[in-house]
Each structure stands twice: as structure tokens, then as C-alpha cells.
Design a protein around this ligand. Structure first.
Ligand SMILES: [Zn+2]
Length: 248
């Protein structure tokens, strides 16, 4: 799956088919042999270089494969072999693809995020029809309608920011926040909060280190994805901690 997510990350922004042609070296265009395409292992054996042209292979590829493996395993530990597990796999895989594409291309393509949102609503309807609607949102015991609330509230919140602060928030970020809301329900608030804090701190550091000026576009999507991951695993704990420390 990690390899497949890499294919998505590479090809979706380039408008290429996900199925054809088979994987090839972006430098010399030679097809990658099946035995050179084993996740993680091939990267180590080839020492991070193409077998034919010796061009360097980005460390992002094995990193994505490793991250996917670790996250899938953690989701399995959390949810067991359940409907929630498979929905969380769909959600987390989407976050990985979106996060890395936005990091590299500074865009969340509509042809990616819109089908993902439509698919999520189809899941909601199917769960409702199958009388399994407690499965979404993924975090805690929320009523199914919180998926809709989360979608509207998170998308709406970023839409308002986008209208107040021009250039601060892209249309892709707004749709991503809505997508997150479907799976997180009201815990999307924690995801947004973490995204803003971590994104803000990183932005300040990059400006201090002179890597970026205030005018540079710092993609926000990866931070939203990061916040979502934290919320799936620790959202409830963070909320409890917050309620306890504020005495609510
Ligand atoms: Zn090559």
C-alpha cells in the first residue's frame, strides 16, 4: 500500500494514470523491475540509486512506505479487524497522499479531494442504510450526525479565515478540513488546533532561519493532515486533559 500511495503522490499532480504505465525511473525512464520494487528493501539494496542510470531516488519514497506501514499497524492495534479499521485506513491513506502532494506541489488537487469527499458521503449513507452508523466519526462515541457537523463546521471555519485573510487559506485547505470533519466529528477542532499551532511554529522558524519570507507560500495541508493523525490516536486524551486543566 505504501508503494501504491507513492504512485498516487507522484502521478496525481501530473495528471497521469495510476495504473499505466508501470513504474519507471523519472530520470532515465527505464521500467523498474519487480525485484527492484520491493518496499524499503530495494531502496536499501540499491543504496538509494536507480540500477540503470544511478540517479538518486528520493528518500521520500522509502519514508512514505515506512510511515504507511507504521500507521496501518497502529490503526490495527487501535481498532482491531473492524469496519472502523478499514475506514481509518481509507482516511489515513488519503491524508498521506494529500499531505505529501501539498508539501511538494503546494496544491491539493480537486480531482483528488472532491472524489474523496464524495466517497466519504457514500460511506456515511451506506453505514446509515446498514444500521452501522455508529462507526463514523472514527473518534470516540459520537452520533453519526457529527460527521455532517464536522464537515460543515471545519470547512466553514477555514472558509471564513480565507475570506478574512486573503491568501491565507487555499480552496484545497477548506475542502481538506471538511473531509477531516467527516471522519473526526467534533474532534476535528483538535486537529485544526494542532495544525495551526505546529504550522505556525514551523512558519516562524522558517522565517527566522531565513529559509522563507513572510510572502512565501507555506503549504498548510500537511499540518492539517498531521493534526488529524494525532486526533485519531490521542484526540480523546487531549480533550480530557484540556477539560481537566481548564476545570470544565
Ligand atoms: Zn534511472
Amino acid at each position: 500500500m505504501g508503494s501504491f500511495l507513492n504512485v498516487c503522490i507522484y502521478r496525481i499532480p501530473r495528471n497521469e494514470s495510476l495504473l499505466f504505465p508501470q513504474s519507471h525511473c523519472p530520470n532515465c525512464q527505464n521500467p523498474i523491475k519487480i525485484w527492484d520494487n520491493i518496499p524499503l528493501l530495494s531502496y536499501l539494496i540499491l543504496k538509494g540509486r536507480c540500477r540503470v542510470c544511478k540517479n538518486k531516488i528520493s528518500i521520500i519514497y522509502p519514508f512514505t512506505e515506512l510511515l504507511t506501514g507504521i500507521l496501518y499497524f497502529a490503526l490495527f492495534i487501535k481498532f482491531g479487524l473492524s469496519l472502523r479499521f478499514f475506514l481509518s485506513i481509507f482516511f489515513v491513506s488519503s491524508l498521506i497522499i494529500i499531505g505529501f502532494i501539498d508539501l511538494k506541489h503546494k496544491i491539493i488537487p480537486n480531482r483528488l479531494i472532491i472524489p474523496l469527499i464524495i466517497a466519504s458521503f457514500i460511506f456515511l449513507i451506506l453505514l446509515f442504510l446498514g444500521k452501522k452508523s455508529g462507526v463514523l466519526p472514527l473518534v470516540g462515541n459520537q452520533k453519526p450526525v457529527y460527521s455532517i457537523y464536522g464537515f460543515l463546521a471545519a470547512g466553514g471555519f477555514l472558509l471564513i479565515i480565507a475570506m478574512i485573510k486573503e491568501g491565507g487559506m487555499g480552496g484545497g485547505d477548506i475542502k481538506l478540513a471538511g473531509f477531516m470533519g467527516i471522519f473526526l466529528g467534533f474532534y476535528v477542532g483538535i486537529a485544526l488546533f494542532i495544525g495551526f499551532i505546529v504550522g505556525g511554529i514551523t512558519g516562524i522558524f522558517l522565517i527566522i532561519l531565513n529559509k522563507k519570507t513572510r510572502k512565501d507560500l507555506i503549504p498548510f495541508g500537511p499540518y492539517l493532515c498531521f493534526g488529524s493523525l494525532i486526533s485519531i490516536f490521542w484526540g480523546q486524551k487531549i480533550l480530557e486533559l484540556y477539560l481537566r486543566t481548564t476545570g470544565l
